[in-house]
Design a protein around this ligand. Structure first.
Ligand SMILES: [Fe+2]
Length: 512
């Protein structure tokens, strides 16, 4: 594709996703006429790096956001900026597959979301962006495999102020097919003078610009940026992307945030979330609403249902009776039906569920009686227990969770009040990338070990920072709890704390 540029060629290059001939050269991104007409932009427009997400057998979302001054609103001039993108079968772009031009719009923070289709399943691709003479780092991504094996990493809860995101350095080395991130991508807390590294700004974010700055700061963590540039993420949000423990349009502290102000806050938070995440346009928010629950398919091997346990829930209970109130919902009627239908009609060997908050019971009361966290599924027990009933008839259900800042790996029980009731599935609560920092392990065990007899469904509890890694095939899931020795330094030493296995056809999880 060298030589004179015909009008047809120009149209071809600017028409979005365009198929390239096998002999195409990757060196010419645009005809010279178009290049000359490009806008001038400040240096460093690709400071936030690149990302990909929501892999399909034939496609993936490519992401970047132009932000030469990332912690101060982005620093972009107020206009639409064309951004060329390119995807290839090799790192040096000698075998290009798709290229096109996306529009970075100021009303979406100059973010770019390219939904590339027409790719091959289970394949690795490389991609990059270019605008105004600047070229992004090269990203690597992978389409969904349709069978065989799947390697998935589970991550959550990356609190900037509590530590460096060093578990991602080990995750990158483990080379997962994708990363399931189940919430608390940012924390909305105020900057703390005593923090290991300090949040930007002067307080909690409320406005769109403030949420953009907070997201942008997180993306400057080098390990997180590198992980995004090396594997697709499947993300969903929990509470801290907006406000601690919010429920629907009810804030943590209704006395301090009037309803209208909180709706404006939700609107800002969801928009900034969309702008920074590699998700499809179906997730473009509509005011204070964002569509995040969705399914991803990995052929006949696995179906992944990603839940939204924040937007449709009723307010948290405050009493044990309230936690058992059948009127209380975590998912809302529509999402609950969507989940149950999708579990029952699944063609897949494994039915994976991404839930932000823990589904298995946590009885905090040592000895007789029960005490629960009301923000988790324990606060919505009628709906949780009905879901456990459904899981009895679902092929190989496994739930993946965050929120707790602990590793908690459990059998899911038909009835948690009856230790002899059937095991219906397994749950992995995947500690945290950095939230809670380096915990005192002795203090953790002194507090939590006495609760183990009250929670016989627990298989492992632990308080190290890290993530979980899963190798999934037809016969079983091999899980590793990967931990790091510290998040207080910019490098850490990783290790495997434990290995577990979920056997196909046998509900529950066992330590290996
Ligand atoms: Fe968290």
């Amino acid at each position: 594709m060298t030589g004179a540029v015909s009008p047809d060629r120009r149209r071809f290059l600017t028409a979005g996703a365009a198929v390239l001939g096998a002999a195409a050269s990757a060196q010419l991104w645009l005809p010279s006429t178009a290049r000359a007409a490009e806008v001038t932009l400040p240096d460093g427009v690709f400071s936030l790096g690149v990302a990909s997400g929501d892999p399909l057998p034939d496609g993936v979302v490519l992401w970047t956001r132009l932000a030469p001054d990332p912690l101060n609103g982005g620093g972009m001039p107020d206009g639409v900026v064309p951004v060329q993108w390119e995807l290839a079968e090799d790192e040096r772009f000698r075998k290009p597959v798709r290229r096109g031009t996306a529009q970075a719009r100021p009303e979406l923070g100059h973010s770019v979301h390219v939904d590339v289709r027409g790719l091959r399943p289970g394949r690795t691709y490389w991609y990059r962006f270019r605008t105004a003479g600047q070229i992004s780092r090269t990203g690597r991504t992978r389409t969904a495999p349709q069978g065989g094996r799947l390697r998935m990493a589970l991550a959550s809860c990356q609190n900037w102020q509590h530590g460096y995101f060093t578990p991602y350095a080990d995750m990158l080395a483990q080379d997962p097919d994708f990363v399931l991130f189940v919430g608390d991508y940012i924390y909305e807390s105020s900057p703390s003078a005593t923090a290991l590294r300090r949040h930007e700004g002067t307080g909690e974010p409320y406005s769109l610009v403030q949420y953009r700055n907070r997201h942008a700061q997180y993306r400057t963590d080098p390990d997180l940026a590198a992980m995004h540039a090396n594997a697709p993420f499947v993300v969903t949000f929990d509470d801290h992307e907006v406000d601690n423990d919010f429920a629907g349009d009810i804030p943590q502290d209704p006395g301090k945030q009037p309803h209208d102000a909180f709706v404006a806050r939700l609107t800002a938070a969801y928009q900034a979330y969309y702008e920074h995440m590699p998700v499809r346009a179906s997730a473009i928010p509509n005011g204070p609403h964002i569509q995040m629950y969705r399914r991803l398919e990995f052929g006949r091997l696995a179906r992944l249902s990603v839940l939204d346990t924040r937007q449709f829930r009723t307010d948290q209970a405050t009493t044990p009776e309230g936690a058992n109130d059948p009127a209380r919902t975590m998912l809302g009627a529509e999402q609950r039906q969507w989940l149950v239908d999708g579990l029952h009609d699944s063609p897949a060997r494994w039915n994976l569920v991404g839930s932000q908050i823990m589904m298995a019971e946590t009885d905090l009361q040592v000895g007789p009686g029960k005490l629960w966290f009301y923000d988790a599924w324990d606060g919505y027990q009628a709906e949780r227990n009905a879901l456990m009933d459904e899981l009895k008839h679902v092929r190989n259900p496994v739930v993946f969770t965050g929120d707790r800042h602990l590793t908690m790996i459990s059998d899911l029980k038909d009835d948690f009040a009856d230790p002899d009731s059937a095991v219906v599935g397994a749950e992995f609560v995947g500690t945290s990338i950095a939230a809670n920092g380096d915990q005192d392990q002795a203090a953790f065990h002194a507090e939590w070990d006495p609760r183990i007899p009250d929670n016989p469904h627990w298989k492992l509890i632990d308080a190290h920072r890290g993530y979980h890694l899963f190798d999934i095939d037809r016969d079983g899931i091999d899980a590793q709890v990967r931990i790091v020795d510290t998040v207080r330094q910019q490098t850490s030493t990783p290790s495997t704390l434990a290995r577990l296995r979920v056997e196909a056809g046998r509900p529950g999880v066992e330590l290996v």
